[in-house]
Design a protein around this ligand. Structure first.
Ligand SMILES: [Zn+2]
Length: 357
C-alpha cells in the first residue's frame, strides 16, 4: 500500500475548542492529528480492508513518548508510525512505553516489534494472559475455540470452511508484555492514566482514562462507527455479551469525556456513543428473540435471518470470517436472553437450540 505523505499536523479535537472532526475527512487519512495538548492520533493502515486502519495515540511526555495501541506489525504500520513521530520531532527510539488495550493483532503485535527494535516496555491487561499464551502456541488454531462453538451453534459447514484459518501474523510476535496491568493508575511523566478493565470485546480489554484532560483512550470498547465484535479470543468467557454490557454501563457511569477510539474519529462524548451502543444491543435482543416465538432455532439459524453491519447486509453475503462473528454474536445475544428469562436453551447431541418463553 502506498499512501501520500502527510505534511502537516491536523487539529482534530482540541479541548475547549468547539470542533469535532470533519466527517467528510476520512478518519484513516494518513497524518498526525492533534487531539489535546500533548496527545496525538496517528492512523496506521491495516491489511484488513474492512477496518482500514488502527489509531495509535502518542502521548508526548517530557521524558519520552508513550504510545497507546501501536498497531499491527506490518511494514506499512511501522513506516506510518515512524513518519508520524518524525512530524512531532520524535523518533521511534524515543518511545519508552507502550500501553495496549487488548491482545488482538491490530493492537498488540507492533508493540512487541517496537520493543525488539528500540526497547520500550509493553503493558497489557492481566486477563489477556491465557489468550496470549494460546495464540503464541503454534499448535493451537487461532480460531480453535470459535470452531468448537460454531459446531454447538449448528454451523457445521461454516466450521469446515474456516478449519484452516490463520491470522497471518508470526506467532512469535505474541510475546509476553513486561507488565500485566489491571484496575490501577499508570503514572506517566506529566499525566496519570487510570487503567479500567472493560471485559467484553476481549476478556482482558482495558480502557485508559485521563481524568484531568477529560479523555478516554477506549481501544475497541467504544467505537464511533461500528459495534465491536464480542468474545473473539482463544479463551472465550461464558457470557461475553453480558460482560460487555456491564463494561459499557461502567464507562457510562463515569463523568463524560472525549472518546479516543482505536478505529474512527475522535468524538466529543463517550456517553453519547455508549447510549447508542446500549440501544443497539437492546434492539438486537428483541430481533433475536422474535423468531424463537415461532420455532425453536440454533444460533446459526437465527443469525441467518438477521441483517449485519452498518449496511444491513444479508448473512449469506458476508465472508466466512464475518459469518463466524455473526453466529457467535447471535449466540451471545441468545445466552443473555436465557439469563434474562426470555428464552431457554436445550442441548441436543452437542447442538444448542433456543426457544422463546
Ligand atoms: Zn481493533
Amino acid at each position: 500500500m502506498t499512501t501520500p505523505r502527510a505534511t502537516e499536523i491536523v487539529r482534530e479535537a482540541v479541548l475547549g475548542a468547539p470542533e469535532e472532526a470533519d466527517p467528510a475527512w476520512p478518519w484513516h487519512r494518513p497524518g498526525v492529528y492533534a487531539v489535546a495538548p500533548g496527545v496525538f492520533r496517528i492512523p496506521l493502515p491495516l491489511p484488513d480492508a474492512g477496518l482500514h486502519s488502527v489509531n495509535a495515540y502518542v502521548l508526548d511526555e517530557p521524558d519520552g513518548v508513550v504510545v497507546v495501541d501501536p498497531g499491527q506489525a506490518t511494514p506499512d504500520g511501522r513506516e506510518h508510525l515512524a513518519r508520524g513521530l518524525e512530524m512531532l520531532g520524535r523518533h521511534p527510539r524515543q518511545v519508552r512505553r507502550c500501553l495496549v488495550t487488548h491482545v488482538h493483532r491490530d493492537h498488540y503485535t507492533r508493540a512487541v516489534e517496537l520493543r525488539r527494535e528500540f526497547g520500550p516496555s509493553v503493558a497489557l491487561g492481566r486477563r489477556e494472559q491465557r489468550s496470549l499464551a494460546l495464540i503464541a502456541d503454534p499448535a493451537h488454531s487461532v480460531v480453535g475455540a470459535q470452531l468448537e462453538l460454531l459446531l454447538r451453534c449448528g454451523a457445521t459447514g461454516l466450521a469446515r470452511e474456516l478449519a484452516d484459518a490463520d491470522d497471518g501474523v508470526p506467532r512469535d510476535l505474541y510475546e509476553e508484555p513486561d507488565t500485566w496491568i489491571g484496575d490501577e493508575e499508570v503514572q506517566l511523566g506529566s499525566r496519570v492514566l487510570r487503567a479500567i478493565p472493560t471485559p467484553g470485546h476481549t476478556r482482558g480489554h482495558l480502557v485508559f482514562r485521563d481524568e484531568l484532560s477529560g479523555l478516554l483512550l477506549a481501544g475497541d470498547h467504544v467505537l464511533p462507527h461500528i459495534t465491536p465484535s464480542i468474545g473473539f479470543e482463544p479463551d472465550v468467557p461464558a457470557r461475553p455479551l453480558g460482560d460487555y454490557l456491564r463494561s459499557l454501563a461502567l464507562v457510562r457511569a463515569l463523568p463524560d469525556t472525549w472518546l479516543l477510539p482505536a478505529h474512527g474519529h475522535v468524538t466529543r462524548s463517550v456517553h453519547r456513543r455508549v447510549d447508542e451502543l446500549q440501544e443497539h444491543h437492546a434492539h438486537r435482543l428483541e430481533e433475536t428473540v422474535a423468531p424463537l416465538l415461532e420455532r425453536t432455532s440454533t444460533a446459526a439459524e437465527v443469525a441467518s435471518h438477521l441483517r449485519w453491519t452498518r449496511r444491513r447486509r444479508a448473512f449469506e453475503d458476508l465472508g466466512p470470517f464475518d459469518r463466524m462473528l455473526a453466529v457467535l454474536e447471535t449466540r451471545s445475544h441468545l445466552d443473555v436472553l436465557v439469563d434474562r428469562g426470555r428464552a431457554r436453551r436445550v442441548d441436543e447431541d452437542g447442538v444448542e437450540r433456543y426457544a422463546g418463553v
